[in-house]
Design a protein around this ligand. Structure first.
Ligand SMILES: Cc1cc2nc3c(=O)[nH]c(=O)nc-3n(C[C@H](O)[C@H](O)[C@H](O)COP(=O)(O)O)c2cc1C
Length: 291
């Protein structure tokens, strides 16, 4: 990231030191409250915009945060805690979609939710939106094919013992999930779509694989996208089977022309639900240890 130009307007600055307090990289330094904060570490600035966002006097000019990116916070627009809790409670995985396209503006609103999620060191995730039916079908087939190929060795008792001996942690769950994998393969063979459930849109979350926390970033973005989708009446499904296939088989990444050095870290199928849940079901009770 190039070093951004940051300046503090001497006339507007009230020397409250708020920028010093919130900057995660200690870009600003203020020896005492009579002094204007000095820019001492612009070279490691993340361009997160905290300094500009905190300053009530508009005293900071940041090259990476032009005025077009600065918006006022409107308290009245925030959902109440009850509204937010209800949105979280009613979100469900949707596996029955209408054959109705999702308008570009609606997808953009969902992606805007995603891109506004936090990311380690402010390094955003990249997205691919797939609406082409043939490409969606190919992803479904490659995913089902991947599980079909691995079903036989995974189901073999001798191979199971060997896998458990050498990679107990990663294989235990895979063996536990064998009945699910079998169901997936059989259902695909019957001509159904157990991977994308005929969703009209698939969003792929990818990033440079060498970035720290790339998977976490992608999944935080995904959850934002999911909640925004829910608020718009758009259903979503975390397509973990696609994700698992991408991890070990490069064909989906090749099909989607994922850049070299990038990896798929999450994928979300979206579309209008063809069914409407009447109730929401309380999840398992909180498992927490207070220290
Ligand atoms: C990481 C992850 C991967 C998942 N992968 C799939 C998947 O490939 N197919 C599927 O039908 N559900 C998938 N799910 C959904 C879960 O299996 C589960 O049904 C769901 O989280 C529980 O219901 P809810 O989302 O409606 O609360 C996945 C969920 C997560 C968090």
């Amino acid at each position: 990231m190039a070093m951004p130009k940051i300046t503090v307007d001497q006339n507007k600055c009230k020397r409250d030191g708020l920028c010093v307090l919130v900057c995660p990289e200690q870009v600003f330094e203020q020896s005492d409250k009579t002094k204007i904060p000095a820019i001492v570490r612009a070279d490691i600035c993340l361009s997160c915009g905290h300094c500009v966002a905190i300053c009530p006097h508009g005293a900071i000019a940041h090259e990476s945060v032009p005025s077009s990116r600065i918006r006022p916070i409107v308290q009245q627009k925030l959902p109440t805690p009850e509204q937010l809790e209800h949105l979280i409670c009613v979100r469900r995985s949707v596996r029955a979609f209408k054959d109705t396209p999702v308008a570009t503006e609606v997808i953009e609103t969902i992606l805007n939710g995603a891109r506004r999620a936090p990311s380690a060191n402010n390094r955003p995730t990249k997205y691919i939106v797939i609406q082409d039916r043939a490409v969606l079908a190919r992803i479904r087939d490659l995913t089902a094919g991947y599980f079909k190929k691995n079903l036989r060795p995974l189901g073999n008792r001798i191979i199971q013992r060997l896998l458990l001996a050498f990679a107990k942690e990663s294989m235990e769950d895979a063996i536990h999930l064998l009945p699910d994998f079998r169901m997936l393969v059989e259902s695909a063979e019957r001509g159904a779509d157990p991977v994308l459930h005929n969703a009209p849109v698939l969003i792929i979350f990818h990033a440079k694989s060498s970035l720290s926390f790339a998977a976490v970033n992608a999944n935080l973005a995904l959850q934002n996208a999911w909640l925004v989708a829910q608020s718009l009446g758009v259903g979503a499904l975390y397509t973990g089977y696609v994700q698992a296939t991408c991890e070990r088989d490069s064909r989906i990444s090749k099909l989607l022309e994922i850049p070299r050095g990038h990896r798929v870290f999450a994928s979300l199928a979206i579309g209008y639900p063809s069914v409407r849940f009447a109730n929401w079901i309380e999840k398992e009770p909180l498992s927490v240890r207070w220290v």
